[in-house]
Design a protein around this ligand. Structure first.
Ligand SMILES: Cc1ncc(COP(=O)(O)O)c(C=O)c1O
Length: 359
């Protein structure tokens, strides 16, 4: 059988949740489980985050998946509903909505009584400079005041564009807008911190924080590793060696004959490729890990295979030797950097091909 496995460590997920609680002693925690819990899998994630105050998802289908698993915790739709019909379902399933444009407000008002009777909060999105979703200042102040006077319980929600870069000038601009709206709408609950902001802005935790990537044991920062942040990789992505070849100096490896052996080498073929979600971009040296040692990837990544240079550890490897693509030794963030992307993307874009194991 093809050895390609994605092993999810629930203990690591639980550890990472506790790390959030340690950093955020008072605010409620909305665990972000959108995009199949960043590729980890919704079920193990919500089971591991059983102390979460709420879950955050990007669309109604993701919320309904949580309900189908029998979980009745509060859920926030961070883009709100996309139609009147979705609002009806959201209310029936007790799912809280963000509102970020007028049409969503109209849909909300059409379900005003039901929404309020279900005890649901309205999350009102501030566009403070990211220019994706939200009402700008001063419009948002009118929106919130109207909602409040119509009996809605509001949460003021904002998202940082540069929370991972603490001295980025946009941060102060966004914070000052948030504080201005907060002051104008008191009393109001507030939520603005993703993982990076949880670390960088303890004074802005307010009522709800919304961690994502740190729960899965990866880092939102370029210059701080998961270990630096005190979180543990929740995903172990492994494959195995399926062939070992001796090649001579000057021979080529893989598609495009892009890698030319500088010396006589031992090349192992590993049963993983971009068909599994292993990245192909390769912008700088990339490695896998074997028994805790980093081993270079050489040649192009194929759909089902990669080739690695095991010359220095030839005596240690055989057919079936396990190879870590990412996990405890080779961090997903480092694989991402070697491929010009971010850990978030690699976790999310894994395919269903590798076998999933929940531990
Ligand atoms: C609105 C919102 N809040 C929180 C998060 C979680 O961010 P992170 O994974 O960086 O913690 C996201 C993720 O994209 C988001 O879109």
């Amino acid at each position: 059988m093809r050895q390609a496995t994605v092993c999810i460590h629930k203990q690591a997920l639980q550890h990472n949740f506790q790390r959030v609680k340690q950093l955020v002693p008072t605010a409620k925690v909305v665990c972000m489980v959108k995009a199949n819990a960043y590729g980890i899998g919704v079920q193990p994630a919500i089971e591991a985050f059983d102390e979460a105050d709420a879950f955050g998802v990007a669309c109604l289908d993701e919320a309904l998946e949580i309900r189908k698993l029998g979980n009745q915790k509060p859920i926030t739709l961070i883009e709100g509903v996309f139609s009147q019909n979705e609002m009806a379902i959201a209310v029936a399933e007790k799912i809280e909505c963000i509102v970020h444009h007028q049409q969503q407000l109209d849909w909300l008002y059409n379900y005003k009584e039901q929404y309020q009777q279900a005890g649901l909060k309205v999350w009102v999105k501030l566009n403070s400079g990211m220019n994706r979703l939200g009402f700008k200042v001063p419009e948002i102040i009118d929106v919130i005041q109207q909602l409040k006077s119509d009996g809605f319980h509001c949460v003021l929600a904002m998202h940082f564009a540069n929370a991972d870069v603490p001295d980025h000038p946009m941060n102060q601009h966004q914070i000052s807008q948030l504080l201005q709206v907060k002051a104008a709408c008191m009393p109001i609950e507030v939520s603005c911190c993703n993982s990076a902001a949880i670390f960088n802005y303890p004074e802005l935790h307010f009522d709800y924080v919304r961690p994502g990537i740190m729960l899965y044991g990866a880092s939102p920062f370029e210059d701080r590793s998961a270990q630096d942040l005190g979180v543990q990789p929740a995903m172990q992505f492994n494959a195995a060696i399926i062939a070992i070849n001796q090649i001579k100096a000057g021979e080529f490896v893989g598609y495009g004959s892009r890698y030319k052996a500088p010396k006589d080498m031992t090349i192992a073929v590993v049963s993983i490729g971009y068909g599994d979600g292993y990245p192909r971009a390769f912008v700088k040296d990339n490695f896998v890990a074997i028994e805790g040692q980093l081993v270079p990837v050489v040649g192009r990544v194929s759909m089902d295979m990669i080739t690695i240079d095991v010359t220095d550890i030839a005596a240690q490897v055989t057919i079936d030797t396990p190879v870590e693509l990412w996990g405890k030794t080779r961090l997903v963030d480092d694989v991402a950097t070697a491929n010009g992307t971010i850990g978030y993307e690699l976790l999310c874009r894994l395919t269903n091909r590798p076998k999933r194991i929940i531990e």
